[in-house]
Design a protein around this ligand. Structure first.
Ligand code: 5GP
Ligand code: SF4
Ligand code: MG
Length: 448
């Protein structure tokens, strides 16, 4: 998912809107914004893309100088309007809207416990737990209730809370999902503040990146002036390595590293680890482009855009059934026949999940006359599902968890198949040796 919070800024809702638009890749199922007029919160949310949910007239209704927004990508809950965010509620202290990127690992226990005690839920979202935890806390002030509530939850969360007067942003102690702080200049010269999942949002709305919200940190935005920082958990950073592989936009700066640079390095590492003779290197657009550039540069084999992408088709894995996913690959990708006919191809993609994309690609390349197709993946085999906010299917559907390398290669019908090693992936980030990441989908070692 994508989250954004805007505080004390001119046209806050429109800043939130453009931010969500720039982060559409993080979730395409539903979108929503809550704004605060200072007196009340206004919420508009629906299923669909950002542009479909908010026409001009709708944005105008979202008055006020603060707003939170969300793009949904279902990892917990169901694909229904009830599961769109922000989650909004009225309670004894007033009104609150919450947006959440991540996935709470103890949501089920908390929910059962709350239901036992008489709570009623509207949605299947783990985020709804937070409303109840905040409403039930015995503390007097909202800030203390939020702190209370987040001490009861576990798992991955980058959270933003908006009340009528204040905004709070929190990253879980491991900092699984990204969250960055920026500021934006108002027409009177004062500054408003922003938090967003990715820094590409700041670029679009003309905000200035300040720093990342730290794992275990809470920022409180109140009246004028800079946000106040509270360390509410001991830091144990384990940011998600898959943000670099696939999830984040290449023009974003995530966990202190530019995503494009990291992806290019991944391609270079892959060329060093898994060399092979071929006539050209072609990416699976868009997710394989940066790594293919790196691979071509390192190997000296020419880079070509051998597959053209139709940009009016979104991310294919979001499709609910296997059949519709297969059709969508065809709709989305088409090879350039004249270019690849009779050629030995190295095809670069970022990851193999179910194997659907890779197999379809190999098939369309062969049908277009490719002589050899060598599939190279710029991450290790995905062998375990993610419980921290990325929608990988369960283990039974992960092809690399159920087949050997040779079997997977045969399944996708390629001449050869190879993956980047986990060490190679780490090297690509060029981080400090002691820097730890979550890499559970690649090594099965879960942190929470
Ligand atoms: P496959 O056809 O192997 O299931 O899909 C793999 C492709 O889907 C990758 O090339 C990648 O672009 C994209 N993908 C990236 N992240 C995810 C994810 O979290 N879940 C799924 N299913 N696919 C993803
Ligand atoms: Fe990221 Fe994989 Fe960890 Fe999930 S399991 S947080 S996708 S590294
Ligand atoms: Mg892809």
């Amino acid at each position: 998912c994508a989250v954004v919070g805007v505080y004390n800024a001119d046209t806050a809702a429109s800043v939130a809107y453009y931010s969500l638009f720039s982060m559409q890749h993080r979730g395409q199922e539903a979108s929503g914004i809550s704004s605060s007029t200072g007196e009340k919160l206004i919420t508009i949310k629906d299923r669909g893309l950002v542009t479909a949910v908010f026409g001009d007239d709708k944005l105008k209704k979202l008055k006020g100088r603060s707003a939170v927004g969300h793009n949904r990508y279902s990892t917990a809950g169901e694909d229904s309007i009830l599961d769109a965010q922000p989650v909004f509620a009225r309670y004894d202290l007033g009104e609150i809207a919450i947006v959440h990127n991540g996935n709470l690992t103890n949501a089920k226990q908390i929910r059962e416990d709350l239901i036992q005690k008489g709570a009623i839920f509207q949605s299947f979202m783990d985020t709804e737990n937070l409303i109840h935890l905040i409403a039930k806390s015995q503390k007097e002030k909202l800030i203390d209730r939020i702190i209370d509530a987040v001490h009861k939850i576990e798992g991955a969360y980058s959270l933003i809370f908006l009340s009528r007067k204040k905004m709070f942003a929190i990253r879980d102690p491991h900092g699984f999902r990204p969250l960055s702080l920026g500021r934006i200049k108002n027409s009177d010269g004062s500054f408003g503040y922003m938090v967003a999942s990715e820094t590409c949002a700041f670029d679009l709305v003309g905000a200035e990146y300040i720093r990342d919200v730290e794992p275990g940190e809470m920022l409180v935005f109140e009246a004028e002036g800079e946000p106040r920082s509270y360390k509410i958990f001991e830091k144990q950073p384990r940011p998600c390595i898959f943000e670099f592989v696939y999830f984040a936009r290449p023009d974003s700066r995530v966990f202190g590293h530019n995503v494009y640079e990291v992806r290019k390095n991944m391609g270079q590492e892959l060329a060093r680890e898994k060399p092979i003779e071929a006539d050209m290197v072609i990416p699976v657009p868009d997710s394989g482009v940066a790594a293919a550039i790196g691979y071509a540069r390192e190997s000296g084999i020419p880079f070509e855009l051998g597959i053209v992408r139709n940009h009016y088709v979104g991310r294919t894995f979001i499709e609910p059934t296997q059949q519709s996913r297969e059709l969508k690959v065809k709709l989305k990708l088409n090879p350039i026949k004249e270019l690849i006919q009779g050629k030995r191809l190295i095809v670069i993609d970022d990851s193999i999940v179910r194997g659907t994309t890779s197999r379809q690609i190999v098939r369309i390349l062969r049908a277009a006359g490719a002589k050899e197709v060598h599939m190279k993946i710029s991450s290790p085999p995905t062998i375990s599902p993610c419980y921290y906010g990325v929608d990988t299917p369960d283990k039974s559907q992960l092809i690399c968890a159920n087949m050997t390398l040779e079997e997977t290669c045969r399944f996708i019908e390629a001449d050869s198949l190879s993956f980047l090693s986990l060490e190679g992936l780490r090297r690509s980030i060029q981080c400090d040796e002691r820097e730890l990441f979550c890499q559970a989908c690649f090594d099965g070692k879960y942190i929470v």
